[in-house]
Design a protein around this ligand. Structure first.
Ligand code: MN
Length: 197
């Protein structure tokens, strides 16, 4: 078995109001494609070759740096594409809205906490909304780490993730990471986030 680069559910130019088409194309084909190929090479002919990505990441401290970096990259980007949509944005409703209000006080407070975490992650990494049993928390990870990994400081199931590597925004936003973060909210697919809850 080997992992396959997932197709996007929308065209590269579909999120243009927040993320430009060239960034989407390079990010998906070259970056995500690279992580996928390198993950496959790193687990080929090992005991991990027939395991799920979740199982691999949950044991990553026992595997290798190549699997940590590329397995994380494979998983993180698969989630990232999935929680964005050209029909996204706005304010969540229903179960996810209730969970956010319960855990953070209000949607505005959650958004503020998540945006601040994403803006202040030093260097390359990710900001996450993470489910821990019946609780939601915000955290960040360096590089391609994520909360599923056994080495993570904050563990749980990520239900929303934002890539803050420069490759994710530099063509359109250059050094203005906070502008990219603000624009991200316009394409978040809250129905998908709720499915992951
Ligand atoms: Mn990326």
């Amino acid at each position: 078995m080997s992992f396959k680069l997932p197709d996007l559910n929308y065209d590269y130019n579909a999120l243009e109001r927040s993320i430009d088409a060239l960034t989407m194309e390079i990010h998906h084909q070259k970056h995500h494609g690279g992580y996928t190929a390198n993950l496959n090479s790193a687990i080929q002919d090992t005991e991990w070759a027939d395991k799920s990505i979740e199982e691999i990441l949950a044991n990553v401290s026992n595997i290798s740096t190549a699997v940590r970096n590329n397995g994380g990259g494979f998983y993180n980007h698969s989630l990232f594409w999935n929680i964005m949509s050209p029909d996204g944005g706005g304010v969540p409703t229903g179960k996810i809205a209730e969970a956010i209000s319960k855990n953070f006080g209000s949607f505005d407070k959650f958004q503020e906490q998540f945006s601040k975490a994403a803006a202040t992650r030093f260097g390359s990494g990710w900001a996450w909304l993470v489910k821990q049993d019946d609780k939601l928390v915000v955290c960040t990870t360096p590089n391609q780490d994520n909360p599923i990994m056994d080495i993570a400081d904050v563990k749980g199931t990520p239900i929303l993730g934002l890539d803050v590597w420069e490759h994710a925004y530099y063509l359109k936003y250059q050094n203005k990471r906070p502008d990219y973060i603000a624009a991200f909210w316009d394409v978040v697919d809250w129905n998908k986030v709720e499915e992951l809850l």
